[in-house]
Design a protein around this ligand. Structure first.
Ligand code: ADP
Ligand code: MG
Length: 693
């Protein structure tokens, strides 16, 4: 239903532009612009009953007020209300504020409570003067805090929301898209009621429940959002399968020669996944398969086997990696394995010279290049495949879902033949199986749940930064025995430039401290030829110690490297630490990972590093990460490329998904029109990405 946002009081063209910036163009958008959190300003809490971490309103008399000159000039105010005392701290204040907060006055404050050594505190609370005889009114509902944009404050947004709610009460803005039978079956509140409670929760509603998003009103919206996404993903998959795919027959003889010349025996898990792919490729339905396997489980060789079958049948295979570093490494392994079998491989990255690029494009367009490895440059305009049979995307969590879909679509449209190419996606992101099936519901799932034989679990030690000297000695020892080491300087500063500077500095120091070793440096700001050269030297054993930024996070494979030092490990997420650590432990020999941290560690920080020390299993680590940090971060868009949700969280809301998955099929069947409108409501412009495939 079309209803222009400018119909609201106070919304002129300028405000409308700002609202559009946060995705609000219709009145209904305002209703689905959901609060991030809530504040409870409906009652006054006695100081004696304060709990740390809560945002509360208190009232009291100012007993003392003084400026302290420590590291920072601070105004410290003591407030008492008969039940206890509270310290207010202000780091920025002027004369007027100072006098409003002088002793003998009464104030009402709103802020977050902290318990410190000095006592109970609020830093920079909002405050208002009060007088004992004229009480200030309190809010009657919880105060929602919305995501906003510059120049649009909470109060304004709240006013607009209120107006939209009033229109909603009159039934003009929004349609109920869940049929009564579904509402009954899942015991959901009606949409109008749910929206009212979410935007204007009464004082009886628990803030905690709202924060956990476990209030029935929120559940109703979570339900709708999850359903909308599941429907969209199903339609996507159905669409992808409307065109037939090229049929690629198995090549048992060639496959036999391939595994015979490998320097190792495939694990059972690898063999199982290879045969799953083999039969997928042999069908005229486009394969859409995800291989999930922990770091080091050997996904590349599985990709090679799939490529071989494809190429043997006369088709081309494209392998896409998220970084040039990884593309370069892939081409090396794949060349080693496939060129002896007479396969012509090429690498196409963004940084090729014009003439060279033209020649490569010709080879790809004429089908001479059978296996093409590259970064996303692979599917840029101008790249056309003669007969693309299979696209492989490695380390999918580095690409967004939309990026993946767009790339695959390009891969398809950039070829002359009509039939679709098969798709294989590989990721090390450890998420539980049921969750993976939902998050990637457009993909079939294969799991490599076994590491190559003879691997020893990496031993991880957590060390305070001050023990750097010992760490350096361990590197000396490892390298003198012919092993190699990594020294990782992760992102401490926000900017990549500073991160690279830190790595350069460490590189210089380590060169001085370990003069007998050949030390190398690699970071994101180096020219790609230089990166390639350094990586090549490290692989060849010419560099013994490689100082690196997190550019080496994914995929880098040097089995002789058995020692990894990670600085500032307390700043990294567990998933990232696990990925980084996965660069060692790739050979037969015992590997070690030393996690350096800057103390003192928070309890949470301690727990997290403890998890790394205890476990080498990506799934366990992901689970513990979830428990310690709460959901959201693990399945953040950055890490998994999963579409972002407005209110749902597929980790937290897992149990819902089991019910919603079958409902999604039913919905598409029975209520196609509502299905489309649900997608429109919850995915909006993102739905375009789904549809375009
Ligand atoms: P990932 O799954 O992290 O991408 P890789 O494909 O890079 O792992 O493989 C990790 C290392 O293990 C590589 O050096 C690879 O050659 C080796 N490898 C793969 N499969 C086996 C196996 N079955 N036995 C021994 N080593 C293997
Ligand atoms: Mg890999």
């Amino acid at each position: 239903m079309i209803s222009e946002i400018t119909r609201l009081k106070g919304v002129g063209p300028a405000i409308a532009t700002k609202l559009a910036r946060i995705g609000i163009t219709q009145i209904s958008d305002l209703l689905f612009h959901l609060p991030l959190r809530y504040q409870d300003r409906t009652h006054i809490t006695p100081i004696g009953q304060l709990v740390p971490g809560r945002d509360v309103v208190i009232e009291g008399e100012i007993l003392t007020s003084q400026i302290r000159f420590g590291r920072r000039r601070t105004l410290v105010v003591t407030v008492g209300d008969g039940s206890g005392f509270l310290l207010l701290r202000f780091f920025h204040f002027n004369k007027g504020q100072q006098s409003a907060l002088s002793s003998g006055r009464w104030v009402r404050c709103f802020g977050a409570v902290r318990f410190t050594q000095a006592g109970v505190e609020m830093a920079h609370p909002e405050y208002q003067p009060i007088s004992e005889d004229e009480p200030l009114p309190l809010q009657t509902t919880l105060t929602p805090i919305y995501p906003t944009t510059e120049g649009l404050n909470q109060q304004r947004l709240r006013q607009f929301s209120q107006q939209a709610l009033q229109l909603l009460e009159r039934g003009v803005v929004i349609d109920e898209l869940l049929p009564p039978s579904v509402i009954d079956r899942f015991a959901l509140p009606p949409l109008v009621e749910a929206l009212r409670e979410i935007h204007q929760p009464g004082p009886e509603v628990s803030v905690e429940q709202l924060i956990e998003r476990s209030h029935p009103a929120q559940k109703r919206l979570i339900f709708e959002e999850l359903l909308a996404h599941q429907i969209a993903i199903r339609q996507l998959r159905a669409q992808a399968q409307t065109n037939p795919a090229v049929v690629i027959e198995p090549a048992p003889e060639l496959h036999g020669r391939f595994i015979q010349q490998l320097p190792f025996t495939l694990t059972d898990a690898q063999q199982r996944v290879i045969s799953e792919i083999e039969s997928d490729l042999n069908r005229d339905i486009p394969m859409q398969r995800l291989i999930q396997g922990d770091v080091g489980s050997g996904k590349t060789v599985v990709a090679a086997a799939a490529a071989l079958q494809t190429i043997n049948a006369g088709f081309q295979c494209a392998v896409m990696a998220p970084t040039e570093l990884l593309a370069n490494q892939h081409i090396q392994s794949l060349r080693d394995w496939l060129e002896p079998l007479g396969i012509n491989t090429v690498i196409l990255t963004g940084k090729k010279g014009a003439a060279e690029r033209r020649e490569l494009l010709r080879q790809i367009a004429e089908g001479e290049a059978q296996l093409v490895v590259g970064t996303h440059a692979l599917f840029q305009d101008g790249v056309e495949f003669a007969r693309l049979g299979l696209s492989i995307i490695d380390e999918q969590h580095r690409f967004g879902v939309h990026q993946r879909l767009a790339l695959l679509q390009k891969g398809d449209s950039h070829q002359a033949n009509e039939a679709r190419a098969h798709q294989l996606v590989m990721t090390a992101t450890p998420i539980p199986r049921t969750l993976a099936m939902t998050a990637y519901a457009d993909l079939d799932l294969s799991i490599i749940d076994e590491l190559p034989k003879g691997r020893q679990p990496i031993k991880t030690v957590v060390l305070k930064e001050e023990r750097r000297i010992e760490v350096i000695e361990r590197i000396r020892a490892a390298c003198s025995e012919g092993r190699q080491s990594y020294w990782v300087c992760p992102l401490v500063e926000e900017s990549e430039q500073l991160q690279c500077q830190a790595a350069e500095l460490t590189y210089e120091q380590l060169q001085q401290q370990l003069p007998e070793l050949k030390v190398g440096l690699i970071h994101g700001r180096m020219k790609s030829e230089l990166k390639e050269r350094v990586m090549g030297q490290f692989k060849a054993g010419l560099i013994q110690l490689l100082v690196a930024t997190t550019v080496i996070e994914v995929g880098v494979d040097v089995p002789n490297a058995t020692l990894m030092v990670i600085e500032n490990s307390e700043r990294l997420g567990l998933a990232q630490l696990h990925q980084l650590r996965g660069r060692v432990g790739r050979g037969k020999d015992q590997s070690h990972c030393l996690l350096l941290y800057k103390g003192p560690l928070s309890a949470n920080g301690q727990d997290r590093l403890e998890v790394m020390r205890e476990s080498n299993d990506g799934f366990v680590i992901a689970q513990r990460d979830l428990e310690i940090r709460g959901p959201g971060e693990i399945l953040g868009t950055r890490q998994t490329g999963i579409v972002s949700y407005r209110i749902a969280d597929i980790m937290r809301d897992q149990q819902w998904l089991e019910q919603i998955n079958p409902l999604a099929d039913e919905f598409i069947q029975l209520w196609p029109e509502n299905s489309a409108r649900l997608i429109e409501r919850w995915l909006g412009s993102e739905a375009e990405n789904y549809k375009s495939v």
